[in-house]
Design a protein around this ligand. Structure first.
Ligand code: UDX
Length: 439
């Protein structure tokens, strides 16, 4: 294969845009593809359709250098690429827990018949184990006679908010391959990233690494949130408990922050899809604990609503609730399965008036939850509120001055849904402070 490689990146979500821009930064010729024409136009104009720190600059650099472009044409992509990355979404199916892999199937069906030369297709999406094997068969079946289309599986571990950093300096690279040629190509492709631990394995193991990692992280969060439930019952403080646990190197500090739990486009749907696939494989019992991980996570959302209700005297009806945060985590505009919006919606259903503010996710939130009220700043959201809920730990919120916020609210009641505020400072300013897992 010629170097720099000619790469296509199919699917321009958080993963695809980041991967395309970063591959261009490494000097490769990159063509990104999506079926959404508006998005492609936006990207070709150098505008990022998502919020991700540092990414727009890399996108613009690639466009200016001429080695990064975007298209909606599978034919062009097929003719152009030596390596085709599949970065399509695998959302939860509407009527169950499984992952919907139809975007991957459609992409392979649209690409394969047009490939002009021997090439390597590399799956990066999170998929049910067995998908790579199935897609490999499909590629062979649909590729033009005489053309070899090899497949590799190379799961992506990037975190939103750190997407560029995670792509250019990953903790590890995992590749599932069937041929030495595929391994050689991917080793060469990623060599410029430096000395990154590389695990070369088979398709099934590579597919499983991703869901195993996300299940572990989800379990760790739900573990500390289960401890929060116990602390609530025993009048103990889960933040002190977590801190004490974290000094044990074997446990560690990360993903041990108690609060309203995990959301986003990955953790919640990945654990469900993993359980669904395990059932199909006859190994459902092995993942029975993930059902509880999910249930604990859902209960944390309900608990935040309980705390708000208690603070306003037992009923949220006609109460104004300032909701600080809409994104599923800070430094992102992603609202998929966001705990903050789920809580705001629940308050709305109880007759409360949820006034939502988020530094980046307001447009997305408005589209998904038009029934909620939206404000243009934290102070605006808090004006006249009977209780304020801090639900996404943006620094705009963690740095709020309790005195200043106190001047605009109707009542000084706050729920610290992420356990990020200093209770003493808020109590000193005459706020009733409540937080999950704290007395
Ligand atoms: C996750 C994985 O971390 C990443 O490796 C994978 O590629 C995609 O899924 P992401 O969805 O971007 O990344 O978010 P992450 O930072 O993992 O946070 C997930 C959720 O857990 C957020 O809602 C966050 O607020 C919550 N969380 C995280 C906690 O509630 N407590 C914690 O201690 C850590």
């Amino acid at each position: 294969m010629r170097t720099p490689y000619r790469i296509t990146v199919i699917g321009t979500g958080y993963l695809g845009i980041t991967h395309a821009a970063c591959m261009a930064k490494l000097g490769h010729e990159v063509l990104g593809l999506d079926i959404d024409e508006e998005k492609i136009q936006q990207l070709n104009n150098g505008n990022l359709p998502i919020y991700e720190a540092g990414l727009e600059e890399i996108l613009r650099d690639g466009l200016a250098a001429g080695n990064l472009r975007f298209t909606t044409s599978f034919q062009k992509a097929a003719e152009f690429g030596d390596i085709h990355f599949l970065c399509l979404g695998t959302p939860q199916v509407k009527d169950g827990w499984a992952a919907d892999t139809s975007q991957l199937d459609s992409a392979v069906e649209a690409l394969a018949p047009h490939v002009g030369q021997d090439c390597l297709v590399v799956g990066k999406s999170t998929v049910p184990v067995g998908t790579a094997e199935r897609l490999a068969g499909k590629l062979t079946e649909l590729a033009p006679r005489g053309t070899t289309v090899d497949l590799a599986w190379n799961p992506e571990f990037l975190r939103e908010g750190f997407a560029v950093e995670d792509t250019l300096s990953p903790d590890r690279i995992v590749i599932g391959v069937r041929t030495e040629a595929a391994e050689k190509t991917l080793r060469a492709l990623y060599a410029p990233l430096g000395d990154i631990p590389l695990v070369v394995t088979d398709f099934a193991t590579a597919e499983l690494v991703k869901v195993a990692a996300n299940s572990f992280l989800a379990t760790k969060i739900s573990y500390i949130n289960a401890m929060a439930e116990i602390c609530e019952a025993a009048h103990a403080d889960v933040t002190a408990l977590a801190r004490a646990l974290s000094y044990d190197d074997r446990i560690g500090r990360r993903f041990l922050s108690p609060g309203i739990g995990f959301g986003g486009g990955c953790l919640p749907k990945d654990i469900r899809a993993f359980m669904a696939r395990a059932e199909e494989l006859g190994a459902g019992r092995a993942l029975a604990f993930l059902r509880e991980v999910d249930a604990i996570n859902q209960r944390r959302r309900a608990r935040a609503v309980d705390l708000a209700r208690e603070l306003v005297g037992g009923s949220l009806k006609n109460r104004t609730v300032a909701v600080l945060g809409a994104a599923f985590k800070p430094e992102s505009d992603d609202i998929r399965d966001s705990p903050a919006l789920a809580i705001a919606h629940a308050i709305h259903l109880e007759g409360g008036r949820a006034s939502v503010y988020d530094p980046a996710a307001l447009d997305n939130a408005r589209k998904a939850f038009p029934e909620l009220d939206y404000a243009s700043s934290a102070l605006e959201a808090a004006r006249g509120a009977h209780v304020a809920l801090l639900l996404t730990e943006w620094s705009d919120f963690t740095e709020l001055d309790p005195e200043q916020l106190g001047l605009v609210v109707a009542d000084r009641n706050i729920v610290d849904g992420r356990n990020v505020l200093d209770p003493a400072a808020w109590q000193a300013a005459a706020w009733n402070y409540r937080a999950p897992g704290r007395p």
